[in-house]
Design a protein. Sequence first.
Length: 355
Amino acid sequence: MKRVAVIGGGINGVMTAWELSKKGHTVQLFEKGTLMSATSSASTKLLHGGLRYLEHGQFSLVREALAERAWWIEQAPHLARPLPILLPIYRKSSRSPLKMKIGLTIYDGLAGKACLGRHQKLMPSELLALLPELKPEGLVGGYRFFDGQMDDRALGLWAAEQASKAGVTIRENAAVDRVTSSGQVIAGGDWERYDLVYNVTGPWAEQLLIQSGIESSVRLRLVKGSHLVFDFPIAHGAILEVPGQRRVAFILPYQGHTLVGTTEVAQRLNEPVECSAEETSYLIGFCRSYLHRNIGEANIKTHFAGLRPLVQSARDAGSNSRESAFEQTDRVITVFGGKWTASRVLASRAAAMSM
Ligand SMILES: Cc1cc2nc3c(=O)[nH]c(=O)nc-3n(C[C@H](O)[C@H](O)[C@H](O)COP(=O)(O)OP(=O)(O)OC[C@H]3O[C@@H](n4cnc5c(N)ncnc54)[C@H](O)[C@@H]3O)c2cc1C
């Protein structure tokens, strides 16, 4: 049994603390603000395998996340549920109906018993019946498939409650100034020594190592993603290509309103994490190109943004990012990256390093 400090009260820190306490360790969780107040409550609210990862052949990543999607829905059905989503295909879509069909068949197959419902092919008239606000011009057909939707903040707080019940001591408003490779955690002028220190600070992971003078071979590339919540409800969720681009964005029903996202803007840690005027008009333009409704800024009920910490090694800063990485320097273990949906898997890998 070890004394362990976990730094970071987002979903990855909370799940890591919970997994460590299940292994019998004595765990203290340090969060500089309040739990779930950063990236983990600024997501697209999807519990998903990530259809787009199939385009990169990342099958095991998708299979793992699909199993986790089902786990969250089973554990906390009051905060997470299956969500039907449409994939409308327009004449100008860059992905062909055949490619979509193959992707969805693999997606359902990888879910296995955890499949939330098999995908269906839809005619334009069927798509329009499910989402009457969709523009019919150029619509050639599409699909309906299932993913999960969560209230990310509430679900994360539920996980924190389970961690606390399992014995984790949670310290909010406890910013860690730096750590030492010998296991010291220095916070607000005080310090304590631990057998192991986990740095699970999401977008701040690299910064905490720099502040601590600990070298790392991992670099984080920060990409801001913003969402708008419109004041009107929408009948059905949809994933659509941003006109003229290959990237997709989401229009989803959420708590009686419409959640739209997301953007991708490279950013530095010291810049404000909020939806800019450019992102607002980009997202409004995206909605206007697919929905009949006359959407404008007056419809915005709220907006939020978060930073994706994309993992790159120091050597290959220009190459594709990895989903997550772990690095250990003596008593300090740093967790980089990760997805909300797969946070339990990430946490259990991190906790395995404690043995
Ligand atoms: C726009 C966007 C949309 C996304 N959508 C989805 C989605 O739909 N589904 C999905 O599965 N994933 C999604 N993700 C990914 C997911 O949200 C993140 O992977 C996850 O929330 C990261 O959690 P985290 O705990 O690592 O980071 P965070 O939630 O950012 O938590 C890190 C915590 O560390 C704290 N901290 C930092 N420094 C210190 C310090 N020195 N001392 C103490 N505390 C400190 C911070 O205050 C913060 O609370 C999305 C990400 C983004 C950006």
